[in-house]
Design a binder for this molecule. Structure first.
Ligand code: SF4
Length: 423
């Protein structure tokens, strides 16, 4: 374990994504993913640059088709940060992405079209010294197990050889490990359990219990699937792997990563899949990333949300900064919730302060407190602060009271002191 301020980080194998190391005692890096069509080079580059300017270390782009793969050489040449190609289904696209110079490929071996093609991707990545992330999420595991079940039912045991092959695949996919953290896993090799994992939850209170039970089984299954791929890659001699096991709910995601961290020393990419719009994504990501990172788990992070990817980067930065894992970029505002003791419009003041300092990138702590109960105490901890009274506030700088300011001038006085601190 490496000491990192208050937390002991689990020491993982280091992989290099271009100039950005992931794992070991290296800083936790921030990733995001473009929302443009990758083949639209102009729009995609513009978004990559916005992400990089916001503090994103690595940017992933979707490569669903040949025109997208054809855009990669230009994107790689012009991007200010290393690019990661996100590939599903088609191994030839992964090979093209590697030849285009992407710094890493993310794929899900469970949905690739051709095992031999996957071997060629691993071999080429090894030759070029590029890492690969194996990423599994709750939806893809359900789909993979479900597809095998459907094939098995369509093809009863003695009816065809393919059915036997699928049964073997399925047994391998969900088998319990001989050792490791998954000893506590539900016995997913029982077909009824597997069926429960893949079926759509019914409505009603009992359905809620069944859903919770299925979620409990899902994390060990995700880790089993992932570790099976890792063993296959390592058998091929490929070791530069990063792993992720994302679910869309917090308990499953936490469990999956805890199990994964005990199963392997590979660096982990943390995130919640399909985390939802801004508010939901922020809450889910803060819980998952905050919990796991404080347990020393996690080497690179992505906050995913339905919205601007720049917000993903800003939220990730906030989470890492609050944990002391990354220097803060911008103001850290400490403000009270206000109560019946507050005699100024503190909520309006904080909103105006936030809006006026949105572009500040320097780390600075500013306290905005509603009364003298906690105001002076918090102001001592801050670079700049005010403790409000009746229609006025006491302005502080580095804990020292400077002067009494009328309420109407509080915002300007705070901005003036912030500007002096930044000068
Ligand atoms: Fe209430 Fe004062 Fe505390 Fe703010 S600092 S919540 S106004 S007691």
């Amino acid at each position: 374990m490496a000491r990192n301020k208050r937390f002991q980080r689990r020491v993982t194998r280091v992989v290099h994504v271009g100039p950005v190391p992931i794992g070991g005692a290296h800083p936790v890096s921030i990733q995001s993913m473009t929302t443009t069509h990758t083949r639209d080079v102009r729009e995609t580059l513009a978004q990559i640059r916005r992400l990089a300017a916001a503090g994103c270390d690595l940017v992933r782009v979707a490569v669903p088709s040949l025109p997208d793969a054809d855009a990669l050489p230009e994107l790689v040449r012009s991007s200010p940060v290393p690019l990661i190609a996100d590939i599903h289904f088609t191994t030839s696209l992964a090979l093209k992405a590697l030849e285009a110079g992407v710094a890493k490929v993310r794929l899900n071996p469970g949905n690739m079209d051709d095992p031999d093609g996957l071997r060629r991707v691993l071999a080429r990545a090894a030759e070029l010294g590029r890492p690969i992330r194996f990423g599994v999420n709750s939806g893809s595991v359900r789909a993979a197990v479900g597809a095998r079940l459907v094939r098995r039912r369509a093809c009863p045991p003695r009816a065809c050889a393919a059915g036997a092959s699928d049964r073997n695949d399925l047994a391998r996919l969900v088998r319990r490990p001989a050792r490791g953290p998954r000893a506590g896993a539900a016995d997913a090799s029982d077909p009824s359990d597997i069926a429960r994992l893949v079926r759509r939850p019914a409505r009603g209170p009992r359905a809620g219990a069944a859903g919770a039970s299925a979620r409990r089984d899902l994390a060990p299954l995700m880790v089993d699937v992932l570790m099976d791929w890792v063993r296959q890659a390592e058998t091929e001699g490929f070791r530069d792997l990063v792993l992720s096991a994302k679910a869309s709910d917090v308990p499953t995601t936490l469990e999956a990563y805890r199990l994964l961290s005990r199963a392997s020393d590979l660096p982990l990419h943390l995130g919640v899949t399909a985390a939802g719009p801004m508010d939901e994504a922020r809450t889910r990501s803060a819980i998952v990333l905050g919990t796991l990172l404080s347990e020393g788990i996690g080497d690179t992070v992505r906050v995913s949300l339905t919205g601007s990817p720049v917000n993903e980067v800003l939220i990730a930065q906030d989470i890492l900064a609050e944990l002391g894992l990354r220097p803060r970029q911008g103001l850290r505002i400490i403000s009270c919730p206000t109560c019946g003791r507050c005699e100024v419009d503190l909520i309006g003041l904080v909103e105006a302060l936030k809006a006026r300092t949105r572009d500040v990138r320097e780390p600075l702590t500013v306290a905005v407190m509603g009364c003298v109960v906690n105001g002076p105490g918090e102001a001592v901890e801050a670079d700049v602060g005010i403790a409000a009274g009746k229609g006025h506030g006491i302005l502080f700088r580095e804990g020292k009271p400077l002067r009494k300011v009328p309420e109407k001038d509080l915002l300007d006085a705070l901005l003036e002191e912030i500007a002096k601190k930044l000068a």
